[in-house]
Each structure stands twice: as C-alpha cells, then as structure tokens.
Design a protein around this ligand. Structure first.
Ligand SMILES: C[S@@+](CC[C@H](N)C(=O)[O-])C[C@H]1O[C@@H](n2cnc3c(N)ncnc32)[C@H](O)[C@@H]1O
Length: 408
C-alpha cells in the first residue's frame, strides 16, 4: 500500500473530517493544544509581518505545502491577537481582508477534493495537485507566508528540504516567514527508536493506526510509511546548508517542541509500551460536559537509557505536570495541597495561581457544570502553557517546530 492509499484510507474512515472532539484528525488536542501552540509560536513574528504589510497597504499571500484538506487556512486565520479583550469576538492577527491569496499544494487527490469541498467557493483560495519540491516558486510567487505543518516536510530527504528552503528564501521578499513542523526524533511516543547514530537512523516507519476508534488498528491493518525524524542538530544542519545555498538570506527565529506527552502515539503505545493514553485524557479535559478522572492525567515517565539531556527535560516536565494536576485535584476536592517541589519554575507558579483563581471562580458559578466547562479546559491550557515554557526545541515531542525568516 502506498502513502497516497494511507491518507485516502484515513479520509474514507470519516475520522479525517472537521471537529471530532475526542477522536480523529481534528480532535480537541489538535484544535486546542497543537494548532493553538503552533499559532502562539508563530504569533510574534506574524504580527510583525502583518504590521509591515499594513504599513504599505499590502496583504498576505500564503503557500501551504502539503495542505491536506486546506488545513493551513483555518490555522492562520484563527490565530488570536494577544491583546484581544473579552468583548471582542473576532480579534485575530490576520483579519479577513488581510489574506489576499491562499495557495494549497498537495499530491493527494482525495484530500484536495475535501479541500475543494470546504473552500472551493472562496475566490482567494486555490488548490493544486503538485509535488511541493517541483513547484515553480519563481513563476507563482511571491508569497510572504509558507506553512509546512504536521510533518509535511518529514516526507522529504535532507537534500530536498535544503533545496526547497533555499529556493523559498531566494524567491521571497524581506520579512517572509516559513513555518516547518517535523516529526520529533526524541518523542517519548517512539522511545524504542532513540539512537545516537543519527546518520543511519533518519527515518521511522510511521503508522496512522490512531485514526481507528479503538486507539489502534489490528496488527494486520496497521499501515506504515517512512517519515523523517528530526532533532535540533539535524535542523541546524539543514538550516546552515540552506542558508549557504541561498546566499545567507534566511534566519532561524525559533525552534520548539510541541506535544511532548500528548502526541497521537501516546494512546496507541505502538512504539513504546510505557506510554499512557494521555492524549485521550487531555481530549477529555477539553470536552465540554465530560468529567475527567484526574488520577489518569498523572504522568509516569520511564527514562531512556543513556539520553541524559532528553530525560532531564521529560522528567522536569512530568514533575511540573503532575504537580499542577495534583494541585488542581486538591483545589477541586477541597483536599490538602501538595508540598511545593524543590524547584518551582516560574511557569509552574503562574499555572498554579491561574488554577487557584479559576477554581475559586468556578465554585461561585451556579449554572451548569463549572468543572467540565471551566476548570478542566483551563487545566488543559495551563498544561499546554507549561510545555511551551519548559520545552527546549530538542525534538522531544511529536513535532519539532522551526520558524525561519527571510532577511534581505
Ligand atoms: C501529515 S499531512 C499534513 C496535512 C496538513 N498540513 C495538516 O495541517 O494537517 C502531510 C501532507 O503532505 C502531503 N505531501 C507529502 N509529500 C508531499 C509532496 N512531496 N508534495 C506535496 N504534498 C505532499 C501529504 O499528501 C499530506 O497531505
């Protein structure tokens, strides 16, 4: 079975449809953790770009590489402005008339068909069936924004990505942004694949068995295809090569991990039998009307032999995560608050203070179930915030996110 068949099977399963809550491609973690986190990483750079464009009275042109069903459009147009106030219902970084043109490229007809069905009537959007490595950037551009989210460039070899990034840099104007999200080399989900021999272990056989509602397909149904896994060193290597090839006009602005304990293969435990189904638990935190057993949200991190730096990050994050969950449970139950950790990093102190305020406010709310509609989603946001503040961009998550800027 080919890569195209795999995506088509996912599409036909119905679980690749929009907004699916507890399961499927657009589950709560995708919407409220992953998309939101990518948006928060991009926001400061995007705001600067938007401000510059507004000053010249110009709009933005976006190229979505491996666009699937046009996912980059919703992603980019729903990034909240940091200063939005409670009464502003639509304060987005990119206002509707700011995005002049969206171009989606993918090699998969099925996904492009879905994209057409959703967005086909919009005049400023177009979809092309093409290999993004062969796309003529010079003829079609310029674009100011390039997205390759959720592993699109993990389909590429190093050489292809170096060529692509350097071409983008060459054909774009000053200030253009490129967001890439590779598969993280040191994701806990595939701890059995961790290695020090980066040269000979660049790819993993990636299964999308997680689309099945039982959390994992039967062994006979598991379909895999090769995807490039990336750590910090490898991104830096690609970046330096691309920069040299493009004559120095590209700069790495950000390198960050996403989804350290909530990646899709936490639930399948397919590559690491120690994984707990934490994505399911966090999906439940975000689900209105569903009460989550917070004991199930506690992480038991099992270190990988010989990976000191990676283990140190995961253990510290697990300690902070567990402290916040235990603290919240005590606030909700009216129990004894846990002893402070020996080291209480600022993001954790902030998160406990937020949860304290929210649980107090929830206790005064007399309508509906404030625990499921307010406290649990807030715990989800605070855990996400902890990840963003503690991560070190090492490849310790399902995704390793890089933001590049063209500087001319
Ligand atoms: C994991 S999906 C990500 C989809 C989407 N960006 C999202 O946000 O969910 C990767 C996508 O890249 C596409 N793809 C892989 N290699 C490609 C290539 N060389 N050219 C164009 N699209 C490609 C696949 O068909 C698939 O839709």
């Amino acid at each position: 079975m080919t890569e195209l068949d795999v995506y088509n099977e996912a599409l036909q399963s119905g679980l690749y449809q929009k907004r699916t809550g507890l399961l499927g491609k657009y589950d709560n973690v995708r919407c409220f953790w992953e998309d939101a986190e990518l948006g928060l990483y991009l926001r400061p750079y995007l705001k600067r770009l938007v401000a510059r464009k507004k000053e010249c009275g110009e709009g933005l042109h976006l190229l979505d590489l491996g666009c699937g069903s046009g996912d980059g459009f919703e992603f980019i147009t729903t990034i909240n402005d940091s200063k939005s106030l409670i009464y502003e219902h639509n304060a987005k970084v990119i206002e509707p008339d700011m995005l002049k043109f969206y171009q989606g490229i993918d090699i998969n007809d099925g996904l492009l068909g879905q994209a057409q069905a959703i967005y086909g009537n919009k005049e400023n959007m177009s979809f092309i069936r093409s290999d993004f490595n062969d796309f003529d950037l010079g003829a079609d551009g310029p674009y100011e924004l390039y997205l390759a989210n959720y592993g699109s460039l993990s389909h590429n070899t190093n050489e292809q990505t170096i060529e692509l990034l350097s071409n983008i840099a060459r054909y774009s104007q000053d200030g253009a942004l490129i967001m890439v999200d590779w598969l993280g080399r040191y994701s806990y989900e595939w701890q059995t694949l961790w290695t020090k021999d980066l040269e000979h272990n660049q790819w993993m056989d990636y299964a999308i068995s997680y689309i099945h509602s039982d959390g994992g397909a039967k062994q006979s149904e598991v379909i895999c295809f090769p995807l490039r896994i990336m750590g910090r060193r490898e991104v830096l290597h690609i970046y330096r090569q691309a920069k040299r090839k493009a004559g120095g006009v590209i700069t790495l602005r950000k390198l960050a991990d996403r989804s350290s304990f909530v990646g899709r293969h936490m639930d399948t435990a397919q590559y690491n039998p120690c994984c707990q189904p934490l994505r399911r638990v966090v999906n439940s935190l975000f689900e209105p009307g569903l009460c989550t057993n917070l004991d199930e949200a506690l992480v038991v991190y099992v270190p990988g032999d010989g990976f000191t730096e990676v283990n140190a990050y995961y253990q510290r994050f697990a300690d902070c995560w567990n402290y916040l969950v235990t603290y919240t449970r005590a606030l909700v139950d009216g129990g004894k608050l846990p002893e402070a950790l020996a080291e209480m990093p600022l993001p954790l102190r902030r998160a406990t203070s937020v949860m304290k305020g929210v649980v107090r406010a929830a206790a005064r709310i007399k309508i509906g179930n404030a625990r499921t509609s307010l406290v649990e989603p807030q715990l989800g946001y605070c855990l996400r915030e902890l990840e963003m503040k503690l991560q070190r961009g090492q490849g310790c998550g399902h995704g390793l996110v890089a933001i590049f800027e063209v500087v001319k």
